[in-house]
Design a protein around this ligand. Sequence first.
Ligand SMILES: Cc1cc2nc3c(=O)[nH]c(=O)nc-3n(C[C@H](O)[C@H](O)[C@H](O)COP(=O)(O)O)c2cc1C
Length: 207
Amino acid sequence: MNIKNAAPDYPIQKALAERWSPYGFEDRPVSEADLRSLFEAARWAASSYNEQPWNYLVATRENSTEFGRLVSCLVEANQAWAKAAPVLVLGVVSLQFARTKQDNRAAVHDLGLAAGNLVVEATARGLSVHQMIGILPDQAREVYRIPQHFEAWTAMAIGYKADPAKLPDALKERDLAPRQRKPLNEFVFAGRWGQPGVFLPQHPKPI
Ligand SMILES: Cc1cc2nc3c(=O)[nH]c(=O)nc-3n(C[C@H](O)[C@H](O)[C@H](O)COP(=O)(O)O)c2cc1C
């Protein structure tokens, strides 16, 4: 078992347990068929009023000019490692309902849901995704002529994770670092804020 896999306290699906965000990627392209399936998975995400507020801009390393344009939309700290990934994606969200022009308060939530679908599909196919909030939205708007009411919000690096042993020290350390999570009783409450749900072991027993 990969040491980065989740060590869940309760059983979860394989693709969820095997997902993690690598900093190192193999120099190996992602097939067009896989890319189609990743965005197909995103397409079938739930969204408020079925608005489907997500849009994507994609660049592969095979086209170095296009790839460079997308890299230029990431903050430097992310450029440093993400430029080695074979595929980069910018997630762009429509913040208004297309029909009514009202604000869509669920838009960013739904971009995240679509990302969740994409990431699970990728993991099931042996691919890894590293999501990023560290992007340059103004630069993205300029580079891609993103229209008003749409915002570049996040990015994703997609590819086959590298063997950490073959990575430079800084990346190796990050890709070998243990993963940590809060236990369920710190964030799943019932009855009042801070009280763990009754189905959790630390729920105070009635006297
Ligand atoms: C919306 C979002 C934005 C993130 N932004 C960045 C980022 O800009 N740079 C980065 O190195 N990691 C980023 N991450 C990765 C998180 O740091 C990572 O998911 C978290 O540490 C948990 O690790 P895991 O994904 O391996 O479980 C982001 C993750 C998400 C979901």
